[in-house]
Design a protein around this ligand. Structure first.
Ligand code: BT5
Length: 248
């Protein structure tokens, strides 16, 4: 079978709640738009190609058809949890799926990027509505170098440009959903504290020189509540959200 994320390739690999139902399209505007609000928690939308893939802050997400994992999961976190933390929950799951696929260490660049060798291989987008959060994850799997966006703010990579291996995406997606379910359940029960070891040990910005809102500083660490502690002009600050540029 050609590499595909069709239900017949993916569903046999799924062992948990996530991915039920599994909503699949060859092409769609964005998987973020495919999940009806009435679906159960854990419903997942996947496609081969997006015509309007979404990043954060109105930016786009690009991947040639059939090369990437593009998925969205419907979640209903309890009101006591800060849904902004879900970017880190999703990032940790994506980092682990990437590590399992490649055997390489992946890091989390706060708040939503997954990095290997200082390049972005995956991105996470949490969009909240009244009744649910749609957690979108894009993982660059089989793109060639020339198929990655040329104008990205952070240098991009795919698993293929990283280690030269072309992979079946179904296994990467199934691993991702399994890890996401496990981490989401732990977060829902105990908060980010339950995932802190996995997140803290992969903290890409820790100790790195940064630019925050035009000012130079350095990253201290992602704290236990999922905020980024930075030091700018000798003062420690906690960031809730934002866009961090780093020195290569
Ligand atoms: C993200 O935004 O990193 C979140 C990406 C989420 C994508 C998934 S795919 C499945 C689901 N459905 C969607 O429509 N979205 C989610 P942000 O940090 O804003 O990064 C976006 C920026 O990354 C863009 O402005 C580009 O510069 C760059 N970019 C675009 N495509 C990329 C890619 N495939 N790999 C790396 N960088 C990319």
């Amino acid at each position: 079978m050609a590499d595909s994320l069709a239900p017949e390739a993916v569903e046999p690999l799924l062992g948990g709640r996530f991915g039920r139902p599994y909503v699949y399209r060859e092409s769609c505007e964005s998987t973020q738009r495919l999940l009806e609000p009435g679906l159960p928690e854990g419903a997942v939308a996947v496609c081969e190609a997006q015509t309007g893939g979404r990043g954060r802050l109105g930016r786009g997400w690009e991947a040639p058809p059939g090369t990437a994992v593009l998925c969205s999961t419907l979640l209903r976190p309890p009101p006591a949890r800060r849904s902004a933390e879900l970017s880190l929950v999703g990032g940790l799951a994506a980092a682990e799926a990437v590590e399992r696929a490649t055997g390489l260490a992946a890091q989390l660049k706060w708040p939503n990027d997954v990095m290997v060798n200082r390049r972005k291989v995956a991105g996470v987008l949490a969009e909240a509505s009244e009744s649910a959060v749609i957690l979108g994850i894009g993982v660059n799997v089989n793109q060639r170098r020339e198929e990655l966006p040329a104008d990205a703010g952070i240098a991009p990579a795919s698993l293929r440009t990283t280690d030269g291996v072309v992979r079946e995406r179904a296994g990467v997606l199934a691993d991702l959903l399994t890890a996401l379910e496990r981490h989401y359940d732990a977060w829902r029960e105990q908060g980010l504290e339950a995932l802190y070891e996995g997140i803290g040990s992969r903290d890409f910005l820790r100790g790195r020189k940064l630019l925050v809102e035009g000012q130079e500083g350095y990253g201290v660490a992602i704290d236990r509540s999922g905020r980024l502690e930075v030091e700018i002009a000798g003062e420690r600050r906690l960031l809730e959200s934002g866009e961090i540029l780093f020195e290569r």
